[in-house]
Design a protein. Structure first.
Length: 92
């Protein structure tokens, strides 16, 4: 169990060192925005890639499976749904 004092501790400490320096001119603004943009892409890039790759997998599989019979195409469609479900489960 957590101690009662831990439950009352604030999550953010006030008066700590700021994340970025105070922005005083346009050049510093662009420098800080580029730094923050790099951090954002570092976090969002894998999620974007996963989403595009997952869509591409389904689309390419159906293109290659286009010459199959109805029963085989149904099997490919079910396989795509299973793979997509597993991918969403792993992402969560």
């Amino acid at each position: 169990m957590a101690r009662s004092s831990e439950l009352n501790d604030p999550l953010l400490l006030a008066g700590g060192e700021p994340d970025i320096d105070e922005i005083t001119n346009c050049g510093q603004f662009f420098k800080e925005s580029i730094t923050e943009n790099k951090k954002l892409w570092y976090l969002a890039g894998p999620a974007i890639f996963t989403s595009i790759a997952q869509y591409s997998l389904g689309a390419i599989t159906q293109v290659f499976a286009g010459h199959l019979t109805t029963l085989e195409l149904d099997a490919v469609s079910i396989e795509n749904m299973v793979i997509a479900g597993l991918a969403f489960g792993i992402m969560v």
